[in-house]
Design a protein around this ligand. Structure first.
Ligand SMILES: Cc1cc2nc3c(=O)[nH]c(=O)nc-3n(C[C@H](O)[C@H](O)[C@H](O)COP(=O)(O)O)c2cc1C
Length: 222
């Protein structure tokens, strides 16, 4: 009887140990089994993810030269309003050409031949300084260039701008606002001064031009 109890006890302990070993084995192999593919699976799925996100990036991120910049000068806000709409419609970046010395209302008095703006427009070589560093055109293939008409021309600060940036390989699309004058020869003069860029025909807009008119113009650009 003692011996039977001893054998039974041995068998129970052996089963118990075997069972534990089996759980442990299963647990070990359960953790080892997924660990094996896990170490290759995430790597290969990471590689696949990287490949697919690269492909997605290649198709959704525009090439650097596809960037659109909308640069403008505006003394009283009319051209700014149009520039902001063009930037919104094209998804372009906005850049304001800011004079180092701001124009006062006396400066802008076009009836006074002695005002700063009149003096500048009388002098084809005037190049009012732009505040900040010159614009960097890297990555921009299209430049919308906006300005008000002053005495039938682009303000001289536009000459400063086009002479200070490299427009080689850039499609330049001039636009302006005015009291009533058309864009006239203002854009042609700027193109000459720039000495680079593919200049498209420019266009005048009212400051309150509707989005639909701007969109039709943008869509019709070659
Ligand atoms: C100095 C000066 C000269 C101007 N000369 C003309 C002009 O020759 N023809 C015209 O139609 N408007 C002229 N204007 C009116 C501006 O072109 C017009 O108000 C423009 O929309 C202003 O744009 P901005 O608000 O972006 O500065 C002149 C305005 C100023 C301040």
């Amino acid at each position: 009887m003692k011996r039977t109890k001893g054998i039974l006890g041995f068998v129970m302990v052996a089963c118990l140990l075997g069972g534990l070993a089996g759980c442990g084995g299963q647990a070990a192999s359960a953790s080892a089994a997924p660990a094996q593919p896990a170490s290759s699976s995430p790597a290969s799925s990471a590689a696949a993810d990287a490949a697919s996100s690269e492909a997605a990036a290649a198709s959704s991120v525009p090439a650097p030269e596809d960037g659109v910049l909308v640069a403008y000068f505006s003394a009283t806000g009319n051209t700014r309003a149009v520039a902001e709409k063009i930037a919104a419609l094209t998804g372009g970046d906005l850049y304001e050409i800011v004079p180092a010395q701001p124009y006062t209302s006396e400066d802008l008095d076009w009836r006074n031949s002695q005002s700063r703006s009149s003096q500048e427009m009388d002098d084809p070589d005037a190049r009012p300084e732009i505040a900040g560093s010159p614009v960097e055109m890297d990555g921009y293939g299209t430049l919308y260039l906006g300005y008000p008409i002053w005495h039938g021309q682009a303000p001289r600060i536009l000459s400063t701008f086009v002479e200070s940036c490299d427009l080689e390989g850039v499609r330049v699309i001039p636009f302006c606002t005015s009291g009533s004058s058309g864009i006239g020869s203002s854009a042609d003069s700027l193109a000459e001064q720039a000495g680079g860029g593919a200049w498209l025909e420019g266009r005048r807009f009212d400051s309150g031009v509707p989005d639909s008119e701007l969109q039709a113009w943008i869509d019709g650009l070659a």
